[in-house]
Design a protein around this ligand. Sequence first.
Ligand code: DON
Length: 597
Amino acid sequence: MHSLIRKINKKHNSAFTFLLMLCFIPPNVLATTVSAPINPPVTSQPLQPAIYSKMSIHHPVWAEHGMVATQEALATQIGLDILKQGGNAVDAAVAVGYALAVTLPRAGNLGGGGFMLVYLANSKKVIAIDYREKAPSGASRDMYLDQAGEVIPNLSTYHGLAVGTPGTVMGLEHARKHYGTLTREQLMAPSIKLAKEGIIVTADLANSLTAMQKRLSQWPETQRIFYKKEGINYQAGDLFIQTDLANTLTTISQQGEKGFYQGEIAQAIANSVQEAKGNMSIKDLQQYNVVEREAIKGSYRGVQIYSMPPPSSGGVHIVQILNMLENYDLTSMGHNSAQHIHTLAETMRRAYADRSLHLGDSDFVKVPVNTLTSKKYAKQLVAGINPDHATSSKDIQPDANLPYESDQTTHFSIIDQWGNAVSNTYTLNYSYGSGMVAKGTGVLLNNEMDDFSAKPGHPNGYGLIGGEANAIAPNKRPLSSMSPTIVLKDEQLFMVTGTPGGSRIISSTLQLISNVIDFNMNIADATAATRIHHQWLPDTIRIESGLSLDTIRLLEAKGHELQLKQTMGSTQSIIKQKSGFYGASDPRTPSSLSLGY
Ligand code: DON
């Protein structure tokens, strides 16, 4: 390219050459030069890299000091305001965590749980905070089975027994107390205001409430809060006030986690769950605990990957799949070529098969994390991959047919002016969780118990994963796919990312990383690119729209079955470079937004 430019240079004036050179800047060259000077000096120095490249279709949001990427615009703005006030990334994350409970009620929550990775710039440490729900102490292995040993429909999803002891409030408080700098009152005031004074219903919120009306209105308390009188839906542009939730947030703001896990709110949660025939007690709430764990660490073509350890399966399998992919020259295959997708599917298939057997809450079962994340084991698995033909999942593990998980969780990523970062994924599991609001609190309760194996080892599989390692036990945490992830490059913070999407979280996250590392995409192009997913069982490659029919035919010729389904994931990502911060919120989610300053 340079010799081409030199040749052209002889013939043309310098301004024209400059413009021509801009056209050749590779897509991922990210840095400053907002507008080109009219008469650029002719110099032998390399061009100052540009923030935006004409080679890219999608462009990240750029900012100089810090960035917030979330799935809902009001929450993003609240996080940004905290950063601008001098709060650090953890402060902003706590404010966003509470805000999403108000503005994105289908996934943001107080009554659910999740995982937060924190990167501390000073010590260069990554902290993994586990605030996943726990099974109530009255839970038992066969609690969802009838006398014939069959799974009773809906018990683990839309019933009091579906609710795990929530972790979100304690998780956010833990993060704030240990790593934040602002007061609880400062961080919660914006969300209290939004709940009390109301939010303008977005098309996205109206859409989701309409879609869920049948399920949610089975719970009178939920119907009362989320639908107008006579069950009329909120329309885009309506004002939506959540008075009970505002009161609950105010209590937490005044009393801290005790305001949620003890006293009236805890009692109201336990009562509502028990009225719905669940067995969560106030003692379960009082005894809930957050755990700091060691992040899963891996590497991929020179960058370091940090992600969530068990009880999430995410970190282990992102690293495992990337380890396998490292054995291939993906770049020369071409992005989303049949060979590339075949390689992705075959590596995913093998990792998800391992997940079904080995993964569970490591406080209860032994998870072979070191083996699963080792380069040696990855090589062993890669040796079984035929580059020309699909391996049948039956030949990897005997018959099984695990269902896909539901699709509502939410992720946010934040980096502050000091280079501290937060990668947080939290959830109610299903959209609006169990659908049950604890009376008088405005708090939607999760149905995370559905992530356990209701019938471990059953060939039809129930719940997230059918393995014994993920069997139900009192106080155990159900296995998760949530994978908040932080990537370092040259010992410096490089990328913060994560996504909702159930079992597709793992595959979506690793494709995003590979799109940046292997295909040199900017973070917005990497986000928008069509995703694929294989999870061993069912033995099919799930695809989004955007692949050519030629590619699909070539994959079928290799023995793959493909299914076009709904889009996967909603990644919220930030890249940090010398030239600034680059944010990308997934265009698959209409209300998502990245903002910086
Ligand atoms: O923890 C898990 O993996 C699931 N409960 C997450 C569900 C989910 O991501 C649904 N979302 N989009």
